[in-house]
Design a protein around this ligand. Structure first.
Ligand SMILES: *Cc1c(COP(=O)(O)O)cnc(C)c1O
Length: 382
């Protein structure tokens, strides 16, 4: 027993050493705590066993509390894209309106078309928030039965005004709302039921600070009623299957049990910290990073007033070589930030403050950034 325990500790030291060779400040995946990693290393249980049912049922109340919903929160063994695609196959029969203001929301339109769904692209420039009035005009045509939107566009650090958007969507009860909160969930309050969100989606490797591979999806009764009438919803992401299994404290197929252990551990952390304290911590650390980078002469990329609270996307207004900056950060300071997503590569940089960051870890990040920026060359014109 003792030897076994020792071996396990040794294995973890090696694991930690490996992962601690540098720390991720990219907006997902993000750093995972040792406590969470340890939580994953528990003995396997059968996914139809009473132990699993107890595990599943024990985390439901905390998941529902975090999402401010009375609806079940289903656990999917997939990255967020699984349920983002699955949601469309469950509820879109007539036409979906895809709100697009960054890489992930742009892709959602592509995914809808690949699923053979009639879809309209409601486009805004990257970094501009979704305009609720534009949604109202489009939905008023009566052409749609569903809408997708991303609360916090991680690719450009733009957070749209979810309450304002949902106020418009509540005027259209036949339109099922599918809301991606992948990089905002647990970093700020998201009141699913109060806002009237039909389908709420999030993933594990963003603000929840878990490894990737698990996603959460919570659906309203309206959404389930729609799904029940959708013949092409498939199996793996079928909301009706999720609901049936949920009633027995299970998932449709064998889930990623280690990540569910990790989720349980994280939900305990979140409860111990307190929701409001957690939200305040995210807002405070976000501002700390922002103020420091502003002091170096950079500006925020998204429209003023619509910056994310879980990450910052800065415009490279000082025209520095972001590749060189990241090399210095990685080799000398053992950390990594993001040098711009897709077409914004080199033009913007993103720094995550989501998950388990503290005043201390962010102070240390800033110290490193300060030193690294001082020796970062300007970008060479191409
Ligand atoms: C990361 C992210 C996704 C995609 O998540 P995967 O886990 O890669 O499927 C979707 N939406 C947003 C807003 C994200 O930040």
């Amino acid at each position: 027993m003792k030897v076994d325990a020792l071996r396990r500790v040794n294995c973890f030291s090696a694991l930690t050493a490996l992962t601690m060779s540098y720390k991720l400040f990219i907006p997902g995946p993000i750093a995972v705590s040792e406590k969470t990693l340890r939580a994953m290393a528990q003995p396997m249980i059968g996914h139809r066993s009473t132990d699993f049912v107890a595990l599943y049922n024990s985390i439901q109340p905390d998941l529902q509390a975090l999402a401010s919903t009375k609806d079940p929160v289903y656990i999917s063994t997939s990255s967020a894209w699984g349920v983002m695609e699955g949601a469309l196959r469950n509820v879109t029969q007539k036409k979906v309106l895809n709100c697009m203001n960054g890489a992930f929301s742009d892709k959602w339109n592509d995914v809808a078309l690949r699923c053979g769904k009639p879809a309209t692209a409601l486009k805004f420039d990257w970094g501009q928030p979704i305009d609720p009035e534009a949604i109202r005009r489009e939905l008023a045509t009566g052409a749609y039965d569903s809408i997708t939107l991303i609360h916090n566009e991680t690719s450009c650090g733009c957070m749209s005004d979810l309450p304002a958007i949902m106020a418009v969507l509540r005027e259209f009860p036949d339109v099922i709302s599918i809301v991606d909160t992948v990089s905002s969930f647990s970093g700020m309050p998201i009141k699913k039921d109060e806002l009237g969100i039909d389908i709420l989606i999030t993933g594990s490797q963003k603000a929840l600070a878990l490894p990737p591979g698990l996603s959460l999806i919570s659906a309203s009764k309206r959404a389930l009623d729609r799904a029940a009438k959708s013949p092409e919803r498939g199996y793996y992401f079928d909301l009706i299957e999720f609901q049936k299994n949920h009633e027995n404290g299970m998932t449709p197929s064998t889930p990623v049990i280690p990540l569910i252990y990790a989720l349980k551990s994280k939900l305990e952390d979140i409860k111990a910290e307190g929701y409001e304290t957690r939200y305040a911590r995210h807002a405070r650390l976000n501002k700390t990073v922002r103020d420091f980078i502003f002091s170096k002469g950079f500006t925020l990329f998204p429209k003023e007033g619509y910056g994310s609270v879980t990450l910052n996307c800065f415009a490279n207004t000082q025209n520095i070589d972001l590749g060189a900056l990241n090399k210095i950060l990685k080799s000398k300071h053992k950390l990594v930030i993001d040098g711009g997503y897709g077409k914004l590569k080199g033009k913007t940089f993103r720094i995550s403050n989501m998950g388990d960051e503290t005043d201390e870890t962010i102070a240390s990040l800033i110290k490193s950034l300060d030193a690294a920026l001082a020796e970062t060359p300007k970008a060479v014109a191409v």
